[in-house]
Write a protein that binds this ligand. Sequence first.
Ligand SMILES: O=C(O)CCC(=O)C(=O)O
Length: 209
Amino acid sequence: MNLPLFDDADPEPVLPPGLCIIENWLGAAECSDLLREIDEQPWMHDLKRRVQHYGWKYDYTLRDLRADQYLGPIPGFLAPVVNRLAEVPAFGERAEQIIVNEYLPGQGIAAHIDRDTFGDVVASVSLGSEWPMEFSSRSGETIEVSMPVGALLLMTGPSRHEWTHHIRPRKSDTRAGRRVARERRVSLTFRTLGPQFSDLVGAQTSSDG
Ligand SMILES: O=C(O)CCC(=O)C(=O)O
């Protein structure tokens, strides 16, 4: 009898409920073009890591969106990715707020659940290099999810509203039993605004022509 050499060598990863990952959502050239455009924009230094905000400013002290700080329309270099995301059925809308995060080895992001200020689905794309993100449930279950370059991560349902997510500030990760040094990762997080902002969003859209 022939037995398989490998027993289910590459099983589907277990994901937190409601989390979806679309690998290769952006191709390699699209990722490097986007990263080049991002690096041509001014960075903000509100935190240890550098960030860029588009659409609406996020206030890290309030830990919420600043309704009085509209930054202007999403810039043209982000339009192709915003349009493509609007075609993804789970997201299905044009993102109104985008945060670009730059993580250097040793940097991370603290555990949080995105505020209900934002819409029901939060999406994120990874550029530069692959890092893991940890999701934790209220009952203490933790699942580490790897975010390959070009992959689209969609947080919906419990993974969006009930599980926290964070990135540990490490300089290396263990992958397949081997220590891998981290390299710069840049992410874009796309959000819509919750229903309490519908008047505001409508007003901005019309004044933008
Ligand atoms: O870096 C990421 O993929 C996620 C960033 C994030 O959680 C945030 O901006 O709130």
